[in-house]
Design a binder for this molecule. Sequence first.
Ligand SMILES: [Cu+2]
Length: 189
Amino acid sequence: MKNRIFLVLTLILVIGLLSTLTATTTKAQTSGTSITLYAGSVNSGSGTYGYGISASKITSPGPTLNLVEGTTYTITVDNVATDMTHSFEIVSTKAIGTPLFGAGIDINTFIPAGGSGQVTFTPNQTGNFYYVCTVPAHISLGMWGNVKVSTTIPEFPSALTLMFTALAITALAAFVVRQKIRPKQFIKS
Ligand SMILES: [Cu+2]
């Protein structure tokens, strides 16, 4: 009986820890101050070309960039295509234009296949923007993503979620323990 209680408790703790770790990892991928995007052919999504957080996860649209106003970011774009140029710029509408915050990489010369480019910039305005590839027709072929600039990045999981999770685990553990102990006491008396 005791073994089963420990088994259940351990399982709950492991699941809780894994979810927290997964959530933290997901958040870190697009909200660190050093971001690497891979540009190339789409593995999943509706476009022909796209962006991804790894060379094997290129999607259309690309991953959303969650940025904080006033924070300095360095974005590196690796062009993993074998025969196609790409580029990167942040714009206010989903169209080629002047880069916002000076966030543009090779927007006229383009990053060659197998090459990479980098830009360091500081968003000075909150709002919902886009990043696009400036190679003609590449936006309509799927090379774009959302950019969200906020004053802070909402923490996920939030402190409140963590507190409720801890309470739920404690309550469940107490319930399990009581369920296992009561029948024994009945038998003894
Ligand atoms: Cu492109």
